[in-house]
Design a protein around this ligand. Structure first.
Ligand code: PEP
Ligand code: MG
Length: 415
C-alpha cells in the first residue's frame, strides 16, 4: 500500500506519503502513525508527537516513549484545530494552542537520581527493575539507566520492515547485539509477536475480520512451528554469544495446554527457562495452573487491559478503558500475584503499567515480583519502590482494588 501511495503521489506530482522530512525541530501532528514510521523518528527533530487516534499503550506510543519523545494520543478533533504552535506536556497528557511568536521551549523532568540500582521496598522486599527493549540502542539505554536485566525483548521490533523471514544466522547476530550489554544478567526474550498492530510481512495471516482476535502471537506458531524452532535456535546461539542469562517467553498464550506446548519446545532447543505472557483474561484466570507448567510468567498489561475491557488499544475513542488503574484490571492482577505466591515462581509485569511509579507500589502489593519498562522510567520507578514497605504496598493495593473507577483508585494510592 505504501508503494502504491508513493507511485500515485509521484504521478500526481505531490509530496510522498509518510512522515515528511522536518526542516527544523517541530511538533509532529498526525491522525496516527504506524510503528515502523514511529521507530524511524529522529528525536532531535521531533520535539513532541500528538495524534488524533491511538491509545496510550499502542505500539506507536510505546516506541515514542522508548525514543524519549513526549507524546499525547487520542486528542479528539486535533486535525481540525487552527494552530500554528502547540504546547505539549507528555507527562500530563495535555496539548494546548500556543502563541507562535513565543520562543520554543523544551524541558524534560529531572529524573530521580537517588535510586541505588537494586529494586526493593524500603524494608528490603526485592522487586527487580528491568528494561523493555527492541533494539541495541534501547538495550544500551536500559543498561545505562541501571536496569537489573531485561524483562521484555520485543524481537518483532527487529523485523517490522522485513519482507522475508530472517535466517537463523541473521537472527542470532541481531539478538546478540541487543543482549550484549547484559552479559551475566537476566534477560527475557519474547518470541515473535506478529499480528494486529504489529504485522510482520513474512508471518501475518490472510486478511482477518478482527486481527486482534485472530492468529497472532504464539498462535502463528501452531501452524508454522518451524519458524518458532528456528527463532529458538537463534536465541540459544545469541545466549551463548552474549553471555546473558537468557529466558524465553511466548506472547498471547490463552491456555495451560498452549503454555506446556511452548515450554516443551523451548527446552528441546536447549534453553533452560521457559515462560509465557499473561495478556488474555483466560490465562489470568488460570495463572496458577499455567505457572505449574512453566518457570515464570510476565503480565502484558497493555493487551490484558485491551481484552479485559474489549477496548482496542489503538483506538482513541476507547482509550479511557485501557487505563491500567481500572479496578477490574487490578483485581485480575491480584489473581496472578496470588498464583506467584502459591507456586513460589516469578510473575513480573512488562506492560506500560510497570512504568507508573505509583502503580509500581500497587503492583508490588498485589504480589507481582518484577517490573519491566522503557529506559526513561527505570530510575523513577526504582526510587519509588524504596519509598514504602511491603505492608504499605499491600495496603495501597487493597485500597486501590476496592474502588470503582480509575480516578478513585489513583486517589486511594496517593501518599
Ligand atoms: C503488553 O501487551 O502489555 C506487552 C507488554 O506486549 P506488547 O505491548 O508488545 O503487545
Ligand atoms: Mg502484548
Amino acid at each position: 500500500r505504501d508503494v502504491r501511495d508513493r507511485l500515485v503521489a509521484e504521478l500526481l506530482g505531490i509530496a510522498p506519503p509518510g512522515v515528511p522530512e522536518l526542516a527544523s525541530p517541530s511538533v509532529l501532528v498526525a491522525r496516527d502513525l504506524a510503528p515502523a514510521d514511529t521507530a524511524g523518528l529522529d528525536p532531535a527533530k521531533v520535539l513532541a508527537l500528538v495524534t488524533e487516534e491511538g491509545g496510550p499503550t499502542s505500539h506507536t506510543a510505546i516506541l515514542a516513549r522508548a525514543l524519549g519523545i513526549p507524546a499525547v494520543v487520542a486528542v479528539r478533533g486535533l486535525l481540525s484545530w487552527d494552530a500554528q504552535a502547540l504546547a505539549v506536556d507528555g507527562d500530563a497528557g495535555t496539548v494546548e494552542i500556543a502563541d507562535p511568536s513565543a520562543p520554543v521551549v523544551t524541558a524534560t523532568k529531572a529524573q530521580l537520581a537517588d535510586w541505588n540500582g537494586t529494586g526493593a521496598t524500603s524494608d528490603g522486599h526485592r522487586v527487580k527493575v528491568y528494561g523493555n527493549v527492541g533494539s541495541p540502542a534501547d538495550a544500551q539505554a536500559a543498561a545505562d539507566a541501571g536496569a537489573e536485566g531485561v524483562g521484555l525483548f520485543r524481537t518483532e521490533f527487529c523485523y517490522l520492515d522485513a519482507s522475508d523471514e530472517p535466517s537463523v544466522a541473521e537472527q542470532r547476530a541481531a539478538y546478540t547485539a541487543v543482549l550484549s550489554p547484559f552479559r551475566g544478567k537476566p534477560v527475557i526474550v519474547r518470541t515473535l509477536d506478529a499480528g494486529a498492530d504489529k504485522p510482520l510481512a513474512f508471518l501475518s495471516p490472510e486478511a482477518e475480520p478482527n486481527p486482534a482476535l485472530g492468529v497472532r502471537g504464539l498462535r502463528v506458531a501452531f501452524d508454522r512451528p518451524e519458524v518458532l524452532d528456528r527463532q529458538l535456535e537463534a536465541i540459544a546461539g545469541a545466549a551463548e554469544d552474549s553471555g546473558a542469562e537468557v529466558s524465553v517467553m511466548a506472547p498471547m498464550v490463552a491456555t495451560v495446554e498452549e503454555a506446556a506446548w511452548f515450554a516443551e519446545r523451548v527446552r528441546a532447543a536447549g534453553i533452560a527457562r521457559a515462560g509465557v505472557m499473561i495478556e488474555i483474561p483466560a490465562a489470568a484466570l488460570s495463572a496458577r495452573e499455567i505457572l505449574e507448567a512453566v518457570d515464570f510468567v510476565s503480565v502484558g498489561t497493555n493487551d490484558l487491559a485491551q481484552y479485559t475491557f474489549a477496548a482496542d488499544r489503538q483506538l482513541g475513542a476507547v482509550a479511557k478503558l485501557n487505563d491500567p488503574w481500572q479496578p477490574g484490571l487490578l483485581r485480575l492482577l491480584k489473581l496472578i500475584g496470588d498464583a506467584a505466591k502459591a507456586t513460589g515462581k516469578p510473575a513480573g509485569v512488562c506492560g506500560e503499567a510497570a512504568a507508573d511509579p505509583r502503580l509500581a507500589l500497587v503492583l508490588t502489593g498485589l504480589g507481582l515480583t518484577s517490573l519491566s519498562m522503557n529506559a526513561p522510567a527505570i530510575r523513577t520507578v526504582g526510587a519509588s519502590l524504596a519509598t514504602a514497605t511491603l505492608a504499605e504496598c499491600e495496603a495501597l493495593a487493597e485500597a486501590a482494588s476496592a474502588t470503582s473507577d480509575p480516578a478513585a483508585a489513583r486517589a486511594a494510592a496517593r501518599p
